[in-house]
Design a binder for this molecule. Structure first.
Ligand code: PLP
Length: 384
């Protein structure tokens, strides 16, 4: 089996697995304990915080540990909304965000906040001018993702950040950075990011852990209360193996960004070039996109059918994002890009990593070619 689902999760680095096992075995003290083992555990967290901060070019005190990006996004969005509700109750986001952002905004709408969901163009990009006109005096938060998890569309974050701050310097700017870190350069300063979410399992770290960067001076209402861990931002005994492994994965992934862009980008280009030669396939990803995600539609055929056919040929791919792939609805992201309901129901996502090889790509193309030829006569006109 060849794994082509790196946007859903990634194979952990061997070093990550070894580090976790070692930390679990030797450093099981509670970092809040004041004896030697507690202090040792606290030191590990301090060191991991420094490594994560260095990977992002920020201060260690600006890193908050989370259980992954779903928590990070909830913490950022609900935490900022609760904290700054006195200033205003308007939030701006986009129509293509991950459910952990989108549904957090919907939950806030039910609590009396007003949310503007910005549209995207045919390539899945938000227009910074639309951000500028959406931000008002009472806009407390803008949340825009770096790289879309279904299509790989990259947002013009520098222009968006500038638009936000020029329209209202007090508006907090949050970026869901999950699919961008380690794949493209990350420039929090230039983007004017106040909050930035990451998940370790998307960068070959463990599941159930991640970070939220919170710029100095930004306050968030905590979601979890209890002990005073994370300066009261997130109560609960720290996941030390996960934290240390997150730092390791962040350092390794950030050091490999250029290699990732070159090697994985070349695989993506080759696959996209082949898809363009196939009259029955439609690309939903573009050259300007991230180096690891190729989304395509096979109109007239449910995405799941192509997915299972590829699986029979030893290739593991996705339909939509892993979080929404078990729902029968067409992809919201593709619909927002103006694609038809048929195209949005017949989409398949191939997402790559540095562990994939050129030979594997040739196998994948052969499998795709075979599946498409076999399934073509079964396609339904105007499905949906
Ligand atoms: N944001 C994006 C863009 C994602 O792709 C994902 C994972 O699919 C998440 C957030 C949620 O991450 P986690 O699995 O760490 O909760």
């Amino acid at each position: 089996m060849v794994y082509w689902d790196h946007a859903a999760s990634t194979p952990p680095y061997d070093e990550v697995i070894q580090t976790m096992a070692e930390v679990m075995k030797k450093h099981y003290g509670n970092p809040s304990s004041i004896h030697r083992m507690g202090e040792d555990a606290a030191k590990l967290i301090k060191r991991a915080r420094e490594v994560c901060a260095a990977s992002l070019g920020v201060k260690p005190s600006e890193i908050v540990w989370t259980s992954g990006a779903t928590e990070g996004n909830n913490m950022a969005i609900k935490g900022a909304a609760m904290q700054y509700a006195g200033r205003g109750k308007h939030i701006v986001t986009t129509s293509i965000e991950h459910p952990s952002v989108y549904d957090s905004c919907l939950a806030l709408e039910r609590q009396g906040f007003e949310v503007t969901f910005l549209p995207v163009d045919g390539k899945g990009r938000v227009d910074p001018a639309e951000v500028a006109s959406a931000v008002r005096k009472d806009t407390i938060l803008v949340s825009v993702m770096h790289v879309n998890n279904e299509t790989g569309a990259v947002q013009p974050l520098e222009e968006i950040g500038r638009a936000v701050k020029e329209a209202n310097p007090l508006t907090v700017f949050h970026i869901d950075g999950v699919q961008g870190f380690g794949k493209l350069p990350v420039r929090l300063e230039a983007w004017r990011a106040d909050l930035y979410t990451l998940s370790a399992h998307k960068i070959r770290g463990p599941k159930g852990t991640g970070i939220l960067y919170k710029r100095e001076g930004i306050s968030l209402h905590p979601l979890l209360t209890g002990g005073k861990q994370e300066s009261g931002m997130r109560a609960g005994t720290e996941n030390i193996p996960g934290i240390v492994a997150t730092a390791k994965a962040m350092r390794m992934a950030s050091e490999q960004t250029e290699t990732f862009m070159a090697r994985v980008g070349a695989l993506r280009d080759e696959l996209m070039a082949w898809i363009r030669t196939q009259p029955c396939l439609e690309l939903n990803s573009f050259e300007e996109g991230a180096p690891h995600i190729v989304n395509m539609s096979f109109p007239g055929m449910k995405g799941e059918v192509l997915l299972h056919s590829l699986e029979e040929h030893g290739a593991l791919v996705s339909t939509k994002s892993a979080c929404s792939s078990k729902t029968a609805e067409p992809s919201k992201v593709l619909l927002a890009m103006g694609r038809s309901a048929d195209a949005a129901s017949s989409a398949v996502r191939i997402s790559m990593g540095l562990t994939n090889t050129h030979e594997e790509l040739q196998q994948l193309i052969r499998a795709l070619s075979d599946a498409v030829n076999r399934l073509q006569p079964l396609r339904q006109e105007g499905m949906n």
